[in-house]
Each structure stands twice: as structure tokens, then as C-alpha cells.
Design a protein around this ligand. Structure first.
Ligand code: SF4
Length: 237
């Protein structure tokens, strides 16, 4: 296997200069009416997970169960994700999950207009949560960060560096419900990710691990972790 390092050409993104406290950001997001999906949703589906995740999973859009509960990945796909995460050794305090679009689109069809409207929220979540590792789930989630890396069938399971952090694209867990081949690929990619994880875990005593700000939140508190340096990873060729 040839080792190589690469940096991705990125989708334009403007990480906030001043990080917004999570509680304030969450309130704004839950009241959002920036696009046509606002009138169709029951709830804005913001985030599920640790207050200070160093691994952030990013899916595409909420489905019916997410729209009803207000939490991302709580249906069948969410259970597949949760099982894989638990098997990888990640602890609940290590990770969180969100979506590119926060309101359920009709027929669960990915809606690019809504994704564009929701983009500033995605960037704000990223800036405030400040994860060290990003795991995109599915084509549209990868497209939001590194569209030139598509197709997902080629990109999944290949680590790369973005903004000094690690990007690890994966298939969407729902795809494994319909295809044995995708199920096998999902398991292979998770095995590879689990091997990488110990080298990515932040050192709790490192300077960069200190939180930049602390903020209380009614949902249990969210404050971003430190802005520790990411690592460029050797890639599978
Ligand atoms: S999809 Fe995003 S931009 Fe559109 S209303 Fe919902 S939260 Fe706002």
C-alpha cells in the first residue's frame, strides 16, 4: 500500500471568528424560518451527543422519527450508527451527530436549496462544537465539505485532512439496510476507522485541549473543546 498525504480542496466555509455559545445558537436554530422547509417540519433537528465532542458525525437530513423527536439519527439508521460507534470504542462523551439540513424534506428527498439555506447553521455548529474529527455519512454530507471527493463509493473509508482536522467519509448507515454489499463496506470502513481512532484521540493534558469558552445550556451544556491541531493521515491508495 502506497502512503500519501493529501489536503482537500474545500467547499468555501467561513468558520466564525467569535464562537457563539451553544445555548444561544441552539435557540436561534430552533426558531429558524430561513427556507421553505420551515412550514413543513414539526421540529428543527439540531444535534444529539456530547457537550464537547471530538468526533462529529454529519448526516444528510432528518427523517420522520427525527422530525417527531427533534433528535438526529434516532430511527433504524441511527441504531445502526449507534451500534457501530459503540463497537469502535468511542464513549458517549466523545461524539455527537447532526445533519446538513435540519428540517425534514418531503419524501425524505435531499433538498439542495434547503442545504444552501442551512449552510450557515452547519458552519456555526462546526465552529462552536469544534470537533477534531469529522465523519460524513453519505453522498450529500460529503458533498457539503469536499464535493470533489465524490463519488462516495470511492471516498468512503479514506481519511484526509481538512482545516487541520481529519475528515473520514463513510456511507450513510441507511444504505446498509438495502444492500449486502454496502453492509460489508460499512463494516470494513468502520474497522479501518476504529484502528485510526486511538491516534486521533485528543490528549486531555495538551494545551490545545483546553476549551476556548464555556457556556451553560438547558440541554446539558455545550462548550467547544480546544482548537487542537489536526493531523494529516496516511491515505489508502
Ligand atoms: S432547513 Fe435549515 S434553513 Fe431551512 S428552515 Fe430548517 S433550519 Fe432553517
Amino acid at each position: 500500500m502506497t502512503e500519501r498525504r493529501r489536503r482537500l480542496r474545500l467547499h468555501p466555509v467561513s468558520l466564525p471568528e467569535a464562537v457563539v455559545p451553544w445555548a444561544a445558537l441552539e435557540l436561534e436554530m430552533k426558531a429558524c424560518v430561513r427556507c421553505h422547509l420551515a412550514s413543513l417540519r414539526h421540529q428543527v433537528v439540531v444535534y444529539r451527543g456530547a457537550p464537547r465532542p471530538w468526533v462529529l458525525f454529519i448526516g444528510e437530513a432528518p427523517g420522520k422519527e427525527e422530525d417527531a423527536s427533534g433528535l438526529p439519527f434516532v430511527g433504524r439508521a441511527g441504531r445502526i450508527l449507534d451500534r457501530a460507534v459503540a463497537a469502535s470504542g468511542l464513549r458517549p462523551r466523545d461524539w455527537g451527530v447532526t445533519n446538513v439540513i435540519m428540517c425534514r424534506p418531503p419524501q425524505n428527498r435531499f433538498d439542495r436549496r434547503a442545504a444552501a439555506a442551512c449552510r450557515p447553521w452547519l458552519e456555526a455548529k462546526f465552529g462552536t462544537l469544534d470537533p477534531r474529527v469529522l465523519v460524513t455519512l453519505g453522498t450529500h454530507a460529503l458533498e457539503a465539505f469536499a464535493p470533489e471527493e465524490l463519488p462516495i463509493s470511492r471516498a468512503a473509508g479514506h481519511a484526509a485532512t481538512i482545516w487541520g482536522r481529519t475528515l473520514f467519509p463513510m456511507l450513510h448507515p441507511a444504505s446498509t439496510l438495502h444492500s449486502k454489499r454496502y453492509g460489508e463496506r460499512w463494516r470494513d470502513d468502520w474497522a479501518r476507522f476504529a484502528v485510526l481512532l486511538p491516534s486521533l484521540r485528543p490528549d486531555p493534558f495538551a494545551e490545545g485541549s483546553k476549551p476556548r469558552i464555556c457556556s451553560a445550556s438547558p440541554a446539558g451544556g455545550l462548550a467547544p473543546p480546544g482548537d487542537g491541531p489536526g493531523r494529516a493521515l496516511p491515505l489508502r491508495s
